[in-house]
Design a protein around this ligand. Structure first.
Ligand SMILES: [Zn+2]
Length: 243
């Protein structure tokens, strides 16, 4: 995808006056942007499609004393097919909410932007299972936000962990623990799950998406990421249950 200084994706919209919306956008160069889309709820408004959730486009802004208004928008992608599958739509909204929570106004977030775009594209246009996709997103999301889980050494004794030994994930400490140092509240991981975490963290999304659901500790990674947010995400309650 070509990307310009104007490229952004709509993370949230809220009604504003009769025909307007306040948009929350993620821009790789500007971070989180709040901007008013005037008249976008009128039929035939040129801003209508670009003011929907997930809309990816090039947005022109008018900045008046820090209050941004969208003056024009060129739509690149709507991710429309997401709306046809409730589970995948719920995952998509959850991804948007996580990015909104992590991005800061005025701080570029190229890596986060690309992670969101790649994940949304696969969620929308491929039939790959959503659990490993979301688990991979959560793992890389935490790394981008400076809380990369420690997977190669025990968080308590520092000993290098072998690939075949029993390990435990500690959500609060953010890493794996060996059998000798294990503590209450930690989650025992199957060997395949620990291997999946290490593989997914060092590879791009093409490597982790085709793994069986059971290898990707998706619920665990949700706890890991959500426990570090300032406030709970309402969309988390909409996610499909983990069987
Ligand atoms: Zn240890």
């Amino acid at each position: 995808m070509r990307q310009t200084d104007q490229t952004a994706i709509v993370l949230r919209h809220a009604p504003y006056r009769d025909n307007d919306r306040m948009l929350t956008l993620l821009s790789p160069t500007r971070g989180r942007v709040e901007a008013l889309a005037r008249g976008c709820r009128r039929p035939k408004s040129p801003l209508m499609s670009a003011s929907e959730l997930f809309a990816l486009g090039d947005f022109d802004f008018y900045d008046r004393c820090g209050r941004m208004t969208v003056t024009s928008a060129t739509l690149i992608e709507t991710f429309y097919p997401l709306r046809a599958d409730f589970d995948r739509l719920a995952v998509g909204v959850y991804l948007l909410n996580l990015c909104e929570a992590a991005a800061q106004p005025g701080q570029g977030c190229q890596e986060l932007f690309m992670l969101l775009l790649h994940t949304l594209s696969r969620l929308t246009f491929s039939d790959q299972a959503w659990k490993p996709l979301l688990a991979g997103f959560l793992l890389h999301f935490s790394a981008i936000n400076g809380v990369k889980p420690r997977l190669n050494h025990c968080i308590a004794c520092g000993r290098r962990l072998s690939v075949s030994e029993q390990v435990y994930f500690d959500v609060a400490e953010g890493g794996l623990c060996c059998h000798d140092c294990r503590a209450p509240g930690q989650t025992a991981l199957a060997e395949a799950q620990a291997a999946w975490l290490r593989m997914a963290l060092r590879s791009g999304s093409s490597a982790w998406i085709n793994t069986p659901d059971c290898y990707a500790p998706y619920t665990l990674l949700r706890h890991f990421v959500e426990s570090r947010l300032e406030r709970p995400l309402r969309s988390a309650a909409m996610l499909p249950k983990d069987e």
